[in-house]
Design a protein around this ligand. Structure first.
Ligand code: ATP
Ligand code: MG
Length: 426
């Protein structure tokens, strides 16, 4: 019997629904940031990755699917999303349009890796690239997007780790310091690190094999090699994260796999007991020279990518069903046909105020309305009877805690805002 290729999986049933709901949720979140949706080809010229992203990264040196088509062109299945978006940004001259541009994507990526939980050969990423601002405000906002996404999903066990690689000059200083430092210990490092020493010594710090060795722990720290500019940038990023109430750790071992990063780099980890070692859910950073390097003008950028398989594993570990997140805020019904017009117009107002509302159209009984509210997973129930219409005081019931509130019609939107906001918060 023919089987799917190693490291791939079929999407159907629950997983298909999860993917659909995730896409829907992300779509709504992206609108809030005025981010624009992109789809770029699944395969690109090999050159884009092999020269553009950097030959020294693991992804490009040993993980890409490279092939020739029948016209003898060298092509590569995209291993990540950034390079394709940057190519598109340049080729379509989007830099000449109104910047900043926030571009987002969601689709499959391909890497030849050893398959295991949270690591596949075809996997999905949701990502965003923000072009046209070198201000640390954008770094902070981009990190904030991931934090908000996880908050909306209700994911609790996550931690944000940030670091800076500084600008080109700082990075070069640091590179030299690392070369000097590791030189006497070269033989103690793993084979990959010996290769990294030649090509990109920063990546030695990211090594999973050598991580626990003492020589790694006392290696020079990037922070000590930053020039004033770079220090200022990083301080601002931290200040803005504080302002947004985002907690984070500065972790000097985060250097990221790709060569093109400058200044801020970050990873968001799952901190869930027994989650396993594939615990980086999202990663990204600033890349002020990538657009130029791929052949465009000098336009700064900062972005991230979230791995969906790992995210779904994390949701599972916390017993979160993504299908229940997109559900009505309110289920509303009337006790008799006379109040139907009232239900129709109030539900309309609530929808225009931003709430998801389901109503009863069929004059169902009390009991079947409560059943229906459960079935659609409504968070609040509003019952409209003659008394409510006359007194303009509504009964609003929390469908989970069963708590009841008397709310003035005029205060309803504020009430729901507060209640539903709270739910998203914790
Ligand atoms: P790792 O160190 O785990 O290999 P990476 O540095 O290669 O990750 P990135 O290229 O930054 O990862 O990709 C961003 C995110 O995409 C990762 O944090 C992870 O969630 C996901 N990801 C990367 N490679 C895979 C894979 N082979 N299978 C599933 N998800 C992946
Ligand atoms: Mg990898």
């Amino acid at each position: 019997m023919l089987q799917k290729p190693k490291g791939t999986y079929d999407i159907y049933g629950d997983r298909a629904l999860e993917m659909l709901y995730f896409r829907k949720l992300v779509n709504a979140l992206m609108d809030k940031y005025n981010a624009k949706y992109f789809e770029t080809p699944i395969f690109e010229s090999s050159e884009l990755f092999h020269r553009g992203v950097g030959e020294t990264t693991d992804i490009v040196s040993k993980e890409t699917y490279d092939f020739k088509d029948r016209g003898n062109r060298d092509l590569t299945l995209r291993p990540e999303g950034t390079a394709g978006i940057v190519r598109s940004f340049i080729e379509n001259k989007l830099y000449a349009e109104n910047l900043p541009l926030k571009a987002w994507y969601l689709g499959p990526m391909f890497r030849y890796e050893r398959p295991q939980a949270g690591r596949h050969r075809e996997f999905y990423q949701f990502g965003l690239e923000a072009f046209g601002s070198s201000d640390p405000m954008m770094d902070a906002e981009v990190i904030g997007i991931i934090v908000n996404l996880f908050k909306i999903l209700g994911l609790k066990g996550v931690s944000v780790n940030i670091n800076t690689l500084g600008d080109k000059a700082s990075r070069e200083n640091y590179r030299k310091a690392l070369l000097d430092y590791f030189k006497p210990y070269l033989n103690d490092l793993c084979e990959d690190c010996q290769r990294r020493y030649e090509k990109n010594p920063l990546r030695i710090l990211d090594c999973k094999v050598d991580a626990d060795k003492d020589i790694m722990k006392s290696a020079p720290n990037m922070i000590d090699y930053l020039n004033e500019e770079s220090k200022k940038h990083f301080d601002k990023v931290k200040e803005y994260l504080d302002v947004m109430g985002i907690s984070y750790k500065v972790n000097s071992n985060i250097v990221r796999g790709l060569d093109y990063y400058t200044h801020t780099v970050f990873e968001v980890q799952a901190d869930i007991d027994g989650f396993g070692s594939q615990n980086t859910l999202a990663a990204g950073g600033r890349y002020d020279h990538l657009v130029e390097f791929i052949g465009g003008p000098s336009v700064p950028g900062v972005g991230f990518a979230v791995g969906l398989e790992r995210l779904f594993l994390a949701l599972n570990a916390e017993n979160i069903d993504i299908r229940e997140i997109v559900c009505p805020d309110v289920y509303m019904f009337s006790t008799s046909d006379e109040q139907k017009p009232y239900v129709l117009s109030l539900s309309n107002d609530l929808r225009m105020a931003g709430f998801n509302v389901e109503i009863d159209y069929n004059g169902k009984s009390f009991k079947s309305n409560f059943k229906q509210a459960d079935k659609v997973n409504a968070k609040y129930i509003i019952i409209i009877g003659e008394e409510e219409v006359n007194s303009k005081v509504l009964t609003v019931k929390n469908n989970e805690t069963k708590e009841e509130y008397k709310v003035n019609l005029n205060d309803l939107i504020e009430f729901l805002d507060e209640k539903l906001g709270d739910e998203h918060e914790d």
